[in-house]
Design a protein. Sequence first.
Length: 356
Amino acid sequence: MAPGRSAQGEDAAGGRCGRTECAGVPMKQSVLVTRAVFPDVVERLREHFEVEDNPSDRIWPKAELIERLHGKVGAFTTGSVPIDAEVLAANPQLRAVCNMAVGYNNFDVAACTARGVLCTNTPDVLTETTADFGFALMMAAARRISESEHFLRRGEWTQWFYDMFVGSDIHGATLGILGMGRIGQAIARRGAHGFGMRVIYHNRSRLDAAIEAECKASYVGKEQLLRDADHLVIVLPYSSESHHAIGAAELALMKPSATLTNIARGGIVDDAALAKALAERRIAAAGLDVFEGEPTVHPDLLTVPNVVLTPHIASASVATRRAMANLAADNLIAALGFGPNAGKPPSPLNPEVLRP
Ligand code: GLV
């Protein structure tokens, strides 16, 4: 038995054969909860399924994840749990994988679709909380909040002086948003309506005029966005196309007084190039919640002072994390044919696999 695996879980899972009855008595289907989550959400799943969970929150190596998925028809995942062709091939009984995250670059959706595995994520419930955080990070970078706090904690504050930690204003400045989905739009509304910012955005496709008007946002090309923004916020989904969408060449187009905030995914920004631009003051400051190869952080980002660093917590309010966990559970329950939405999970990514 794998370390930490309960005898009950192994038995109830029907081992690898995925049995659905034992001596004529129907057995509950088995699901895997891959990371620790609110216990009451696990209990909700136990009303319908045999659940193997991971209360110790140890990160399972991929081989162990594959092994633990044997006999499971569904999985509750987070954005760091890979569900790719190898995992699917080793688990042909799998029918649904439900992320507690809006991002889903941990899923190979095409491979899931090819095998009839439903993928779901947790949009909407985290939009406003994540936009709040993006705004906070942008403001912290612009107004040098981390940098000045460290100065204070080091005991270096001996007197006030006229240009102590002067930064740049948010109100009245130009907010540039790269990626104008739900979260980008929520940031735009905060900037335009709350802080009197001029809002410009770049997106793969231009938004409807009504949404642009509501967000008071103007569409511009990517180069103009980089050149004009006083504060650039990145809210793109990660994909091979968005890998290093911001590298040395893009950073070179930005104003020396500009800030960059990334709340999307590591890998969209070339962190080494960003650390160099910050060290050389080619841009003023950055706020980063996501990193290439996280939880490892590029060592140069740890030594430059003009960057605010947070550990991927943009959606981390209690209410929102609970809403995300419950939505992921709703998806799993419905995808496997239970609950009030049986057969109609609220947020499918590949609804084509749902049979009528
Ligand atoms: C967090 O990064 C998410 O995708 O929900």
